[in-house]
Design a protein around this ligand. Structure first.
Ligand SMILES: CC(C)(COP(=O)(O)OP(=O)(O)OC[C@H]1O[C@@H](n2cnc3c(N)ncnc32)[C@H](O)[C@@H]1OP(=O)(O)O)[C@@H](O)C(=O)NCCC(=O)NCCS
Length: 180
């Protein structure tokens, strides 16, 4: 099933909390570098700065989040944190989230994509190598890096338009029930 990728807004915080709470201990370790307890997950989501960062997600038919990328835009770098729920893996969602993050980061003037992950995360290791990212590993942790090209004015316009459109859809989503 082809799923659209949406840009999230602060109105989606409850949906984000519900998504991260669904991750089991091992997935939380791989995603956050430690098996965060529920209250720290809530703190993490409450602290997300939607003005600075971008969050992209895919939904199921009940508009619960099944996959999400948190893209931190800092100092010309875009750092991506990813999670895809177990029942939806190997459908290419992580790759599509990274591609969307890449487009957005380029349009916002970033020069490099960066994904930090644990060396024992075989799925991430295979994924970033498939995307042609350069991997540097040290002391059980790894950084995958990809240099970004300059954005064309058309690409910037299209990306910013998509973000505006998604903001409108985000308002509409609040009227729908979800799992949180
Ligand atoms: C890592 C993760 C995000 C991958 O999500 P996904 O949507 O299943 O990944 P994709 O379907 O886009 O996979 C793309 C490619 O990555 C590689 N890959 C993904 N999962 C893999 C696995 N379990 N084993 C080996 N290769 C894997 C494959 O090359 C795959 O392409 P293919 O399916 O055509 O062979 C997901 O497993 C996850 O959420 N894990 C827990 C949290 C985490 O590890 N986050 C990353 C730290 S930021």
């Amino acid at each position: 099933m082809y799923r659209l990728i949406h840009n999230l807004s602060p109105l989606d915080r409850e949906r984000l909390v519900a998504h991260f709470l669904t991750l089991d201990e091992e997935d939380r370790r791989l995603r956050f570098g430690g098996a965060l307890p529920d209250d720290m997950i809530r703190d993490y989501v409450n602290a997300i700065d939607f003005q600075r960062d971008r969050l992209f997600a895919a939904f199921d038919t009940r508009f619960d989040i099944i996959a999400v990328a948190h893209v931190g835009l800092v100092d010309g770098k875009a750092e991506i944190g990813l999670s895809v729920l177990r029942g939806y893996r190997r459908e290419g969602l992580a790759v599509r989230l990274i591609q969307r993050a890449q487009k957005s980061a380029t349009a916002h003037g970033c020069k490099q994509l960066w994904i930090h992950f644990m060396c024992d995360n075989a799925a991430m290791g295979a994924l970033v190598r498939k995307l042609g990212m350069t991997v540097k590993a040290s002391l059980g942790e790894a950084d995958a890096l990809l240099d970004l090209p300059d954005a064309s004015p058309v690409a910037v316009g299209v990306t910013l338009y998509e973000e505006r459109l998604d903001a409108l859809l985000g308002v509409w989503r609040q009227w729908l029930p979800h799992a949180a």
